[in-house]
Ligand binder design. Structure first.
Ligand code: ADP
Ligand code: MG
Length: 440
């Protein structure tokens, strides 16, 4: 409920976030945001893709240090805290929910939920008891020993909500939490958020680009081109139970997740980010290389791929593990398939190591050479130059992957590289996977 007689819980004063400041590719993601959010409010941050919603949310979350301005939460200026206090603040005050869940694939549901509490000093028994209460409440207690890979999207998101609640924080921040879910699961998650606000008195800040969500909020903050352009108080707030189930378009593409992921973990050290990213990277690389296999074969192989990405096994051991029977703990693949798969993974990973975003020119020409070899492209010098230019822009994050693909597909006479549609898709996807794996 919006109650402005109370002291604000969260205050943003002239908060700006500028990327690549002073350079030609400068982006003003957030400009001079001033905002007061009150205890137990349900606030919606709404606007089109790229308008700065996540940037705003992460600057509240303590994950995105503003270039300018102050963020104060319950009287602490959060970016003035030292590292240790920041960690404690984070653990106690804030619960985060993301579109892509970010569950750790190698831990079961219970451990995923208890993990964020490890440093809080509470006994594991107590933490587990609390986790069980949450699982029960969200109707997934019987999934407690399952691995994330065995859950549906909706179940995963409920686990990630339970994880966000594990320390009983006052503030829940959710970045497009239903963006990857079917309509029934979306409704279920929206209902949980509504209840957390109404019954548990949590402050909820929900980022969405879906207008059908606006009715759940007490207040809507409209963002456009990095600026807060409007604020609206919703008088007749709907509870999730009353709301009609809405269809939500599901964007299953990698790049959106990737972009979010990279931003979400921007301020973690690269080794921290890497630990969180590896399971995700493994999945992406895996489905990129091979799409059709039975579930068990896939799950096992996926785990092996994680081991490879963590450098816990060599390429040879990787092949052995893929080749070994399921009963022996292997992935049960046939040898030739395993070898082919491992070779492809190795080639990709080798190229990934060669990419250095600090040296975009060298990196882009390296990738052009790699692509030509991998896909057996026969390109003229002029085509090579155009492909190189496109990749350079992508490496500098000035164009999207879609624009890369388009640029490759456009006829040479029209200024493009002039390859066919299928090849352009293949190349664009390959480039994105290289960049994803290079991150962290
Ligand atoms: P939204 O969540 O509304 O889709 P974001 O907050 O993610 O928007 O991004 C706002 C703008 O900032 C976009 O133009 C985006 O491309 C840019 N941006 C986000 N992160 C970075 C980054 N790390 N480097 C450069 N630009 C970025
Ligand atoms: Mg976003």
């Amino acid at each position: 409920m919006l109650n402005k007689t109370k002291k604000p819980q969260i205050i943003l004063e002239n908060v700006s976030v500028v990327y690549n400041q002073g350079q030609s590719n400068e982006v003003r993601s957030l400009e001079n945001a001033n905002l007061k959010l009150y205890p137990q409010e349900y606030v919606i941050i709404f606007g089109p893709s790229g308008c700065g919603k996540s940037t705003l949310l992460y600057s509240i979350a303590g994950l995105q240090k503003p270039t300018q301005g102050k963020v104060t939460i319950e009287s602490s200026e959060i970016y003035a805290l030292n590292k240790k206090d920041m960690v404690v603040f984070h653990r106690k005050k804030i619960g985060l929910i993301f579109q892509a869940f970010y569950l750790i694939a190698s831990l079961d549901v219970m451990d995923n939920i208890c993990l964020p509490k490890t440093a809080s000093g509470e006994s594991l028994r107590k933490r587990k008891k609390f986790a069980k209460v949450l699982l029960e409440r969200f109707g997934i207690l019987n999934q407690e020993r399952k691995m994330p890979g065995e859950l549906s999207g909706g179940q995963k998101q409920r686990v990630s909500i339970a994880r966000a609640l594990a320390n009983d924080p006052d503030i829940i921040l959710a970045d497009e939490p239903v963006g990857n879910l079917d309509s029934v699961s979306s409704h279920n998650v929206m209902q949980i958020l509504e209840e957390l606000n109404r019954k548990d008195k949590k402050t909820i800040i929900l980022v969405t680009h879906d207008p059908s969500h606006l009715k759940y909020g007490d207040r809507v903050i409209y963002l456009k081109d990095g600026k807060i352009i409007k604020e609206e108080i919703i008088k007749k707030k709907l509870s999730a139970k009353d709301a009609k189930i809405q269809e939500i378009s599901v964007d299953e593409k990698i790049p959106q997740d990737l972009k979010m992921l990279i931003r979400a973990f921007r301020d973690l050290s690269s080794s921290q980010a890497n630990v969180l990213l590896i399971p995700f990277k493994a999945q992406q690389l895996f489905s990129h290389i091979l799409l059709t296999k039975t579930h068990e074969h896939i799950d096992r192989a996926n785990k092996n791929l994680e081991e490879l990405l963590f450098d816990r096994c060599s390429a040879d051991e990787f092949i052995e593990n893929l080749d070994a029977d399921l009963e022996e703990g292997g992935a049960g693949w046939d040898r030739r398939m395993a070898e082919k798969f491992a070779m492809r993974a190795e080639t990709i990973l080798k190229q990934v190591k060669r990419i250095d975003l600090m040296k975009p020119e060298e990196s882009s020409s390296g990738i052009v050479y790699y692509l030509a070899k991998t896909f057996g492209l026969k390109l003229t010098n002029k085509q090579i130059r155009r492909l190189n230019d496109l990749l350079l822009l992508r490496l500098k994050n000035r164009i999207s992957i879609k624009e890369v693909q388009k640029g490759i597909d456009i006829p040479f006479s029209g200024g493009g590289v002039g390859l066919d549609k299928r090849t352009s898709m293949k190349i664009a996807q390959e480039v994105e996977i290289l960049l994803l794996l290079n991150y962290g």
